[in-house]
Design a protein around this ligand. Structure first.
Ligand code: PLP
Length: 288
């Protein structure tokens, strides 16, 4: 377990880290978060993650809790103090602490900032990628603003739990027209039989994954065609490959959807190649 957490300006022992009971994140999920991967001692795609954090904050009219440069220093310091080489950084900002009332608190209320880190074993991710994962599908039941990385994740929590109970690793939200939106914590992709990468457009209805954006860049570099369009569950089951993307998951092959194999039921070669190449193209900020 990590030794230190950062809470509102202080590095505190993880076991002693607390926020106030009237924090609006706790009472209303009135806050946003972002997650960066740490790989081989580098913070991966930090610029894109902090850009997205800024966008989430601005959509909810929450101020930056500290200057962005200060937050960058905190991220580095958290990785350093906790001696993380591979793992993840979790950043959460809420509208702050105020007597419970739905309307925004007084403008002088300071947003709360919490940063935690977690060590992850890269070998486990590699083993999962070599086997591929199973996904289930669930009806879309989230609000329309899933483009904001809000801490209000109850539908995602319930979907992921359902996946676990079915022996799967992820649940894909599906619209009434049968098209796949995204996973509970990942973006969804397929590879067509003529080698095109397909993923839903991120203008609305899904989170614009940072891994998704970087992967599109990688695909372009490798000369792979990317089609941003919706695809159905049936199309995914009949596709050459399927995979999911997220920070820490990177690119993870999907070998089964709702108990039916994707192609021959083995991880796809395109997904595995993209996984291998990802780190080379991603931005790497040294945490030392
Ligand atoms: N979609 C959802 C709903 C997510 O929660 C996440 C990550 O947490 C993603 C997609 C993938 O985003 P990223 O690649 O930035 O981790």
């Amino acid at each position: 377990m990590a030794r230190y957490a950062y809470v509102n300006g202080r590095y505190v022992r993880h076991t002693d880290a607390v926020v106030h009971i009237e924090d609006r994140g706790y009472q209303f999920a009135d806050g946003v978060y972002d997650v960066c991967e740490v790989a081989r001692g580098f913070i991966v795609d930090q610029t894109r993650h902090l850009d997205r954090l800024g966008r989430s904050l601005s959509e909810l009219r929450i101020d930056w809790p500290v200057h962005r440069n200060v937050l960058e220093l905190v991220l580095r310091e958290m990785v350093r103090r906790n001696r993380i080489t591979d793992g993840m950084i979790y950043i959460q900002v809420t509208r702050g602490v105020a007597p419970r009332d739905h309307v925004f608190p007084h403008p002088s209320t300071r947003p709360s900032l919490v940063v935690t880190v977690k060590r992850l074993d890269p070998a486990i991710g590699e083993e999962r990628a070599a086997e591929g994962i199973r996904v289930i599908t669930v009806p879309e039941n989230r609000w329309e603003r899933v483009d904001i990385k809000s801490t209000g994740l109850l539908p995602n929590v319930l979907a992921k739990q359902k996946a676990k109970e079915f022996g799967a690793s992820e649940a894909w939200f599906v619209d009434p027209d049968g098209t796949v939106k995204e996973g509970s914590s990942t973006n969804a992709w397929i590879v067509t039989w003529d080698g095109k990468l397909v993923t839903r457009p991120a203008d609305s209805g899904i989170l614009r994954g940072v891994t998704r954006t970087t992967l599109i860049e990688l695909a372009n570099k490798l000369g792979l065609e990317v089609e941003e369009r919706p695809f159905t569950v049936e199309e995914a089951k009949a596709a050459k490959e399927a995979f999911i993307t997220a920070a820490t998951t990177i690119v993870m092959p999907v070998v089964e959807i709702d108990d039916e194999p994707v192609a021959n039921g083995h991880p796809g070669t395109t997904a595995l190649a993209l996984r291998r190449e990802f780190f080379d193209i991603a931005e790497k900020v040294s945490a030392c």
